[in-house]
Design a protein around this ligand. Structure first.
Ligand code: GLC
Length: 356
């Protein structure tokens, strides 16, 4: 896991002196809850997300592991049912396509793996969940963007064709957390190319795109999107303060030293989060794009009361700003569900979805 670069990201983000932005009050929700004609007709001036997607969960550590099960998670039908039952409306399904495709042209994706993804998508849709599939952990691409450009585009061509007939409640996310050599200028070029590939077959499907530098909220200003495409949902990830959310994370070098870091919910702790979210909202307003908080969570090595406080605060603050979210993640190291006991971790679940 590329933890060192994450640290660099944090350091560089902190080094920039951000002006304080107070927006005051909740924003009008940008993703209005009306049905739309997605999947049919021409792009409209102000397209709407096909159905409410406010509260979601990432099915992490399953299909984006080197192979499903390698990181201890194998998706099960009941997970989709449980997720829907407790009130989530969305699942984000991270996928490591690059481990299941040929290394040379035509870069064909393994049919068995494709069928497994078909199954996961269809489970989500069958249970009334919006589904987001992405390209996750394409490590070779971020290490050598030029060398893997053609393969990345070929993967999207196959994925887009495969799911062309799925309803508009399936969303495509081009790439999780671009970083390393995939710098902002290169990513902006590549995302435009990938989007063109997707649009050949899926002209009005919602496509999720986030900024370089790990989809960091403060990297939003580096993101350049094709102006003529209204079906873009802009994502960012939120793990601040990083020494709190990633304490003791094996893939983050140095994070053992952070063990014991708490999040008390003091005024200055809350204001730091509010400023970051206000920053995102201001960017979204200036660029007239809807926002999506695609990942946030605190790892299980942090104390539970702090995790609950932080998770609840981030979720409510996102909601107050009209930003839909997906918690990272369902049943692994950040998990809100204990797969062995087959039980929700109630405090974390309620931090995300409060009882009425
Ligand atoms: C990113 C990584 C994932 C990691 C998570 C939290 O999504 O891709 O592997 O678990 O962030 O660090």
């Amino acid at each position: 896991m590329p933890g060192e670069e994450r640290l660099t990201r944090r350091a560089s983000a902190a080094a920039i002196c951000w002006s304080t932005i107070f927006l005051g009050g909740a924003l009008t929700a940008m993703l209005l809850l009306s049905p739309s004609e997605l999947g049919t007709g021409q792009p409209q001036v102000a397209p709407k997300i096909p159905r409410p997607m406010w509260r979601g969960v990432n099915l992490g550590n399953a299909l984006e592991a080197p192979y499903e099960g390698a990181w201890g998670v194998i998706l099960r039908e009941e997970y989709f049912r449980l997720i829907r039952e407790v009130g989530f409306d969305t699942v984000r399904i991270p996928i490591r396509w690059s481990a299941h495709a040929e290394a040379t042209p035509p870069y064909a994706i393994d049919e068995r793996f494709f069928r497994r993804v078909d199954w996961a998508i269809d489970q989500a849709l069958k249970h009334g969940l919006t589904a987001i599939i992405n390209v996750h952990h394409y490590d070779e691409l971020v290490a050598d963007p030029e060398g893997h450009r053609e393969r990345f585009l070929a993967l999207w061509d196959q994925i887009a064709r495969r799911y062309v007939d799925r309803p508009g409640t399936l969303l495509f996310e081009l790439l999780n957390e671009p970083h390393n050599r995939l710098t902002a200028p290169l990513w902006n070029q590549l995302l435009a190319q990938a989007l063109r590939v997707v649009r050949q077959t899926n002209p009005t499907r919602w496509v999720v795109i986030g900024p370089a530098d790990w989809n960091h909220v403060r990297s939003l200003p580096t993101l350049e999107l094709p102006k003529d495409d209204p079906y873009i949902l802009v994502t960012f990830h939120y793990y601040e303060p990083f020494p709190f959310t990633h304490q003791g994370a094996a893939w983050v070098p140095g994070s053992m030293a952070w063990l014991g870091t708490k999040w008390e919910g003091r005024q200055e702790e809350k204001q730091a989060i509010e400023r970051d979210l206000d920053f995102a909202v201001l960017w979204a307003q200036q660029h007239d794009r809807p926002l999506f908080l695609g990942e946030f969570g605190a790892y299980s090595r942090a104390d539970l009361p702090s995790r609950v406080r932080w998770t609840e605060f981030v979720a409510r603050q996102a909601e107050a700003r009209g930003i839909p979210w997906c918690y990272w993640e369902f049943c692994s190291g950040f998990g809100i569900y204990d797969p062995r006991a087959q039980r929700w971790r109630e405090e974390l679940l309620r931090a995300l979805i409060p009882l009425p």
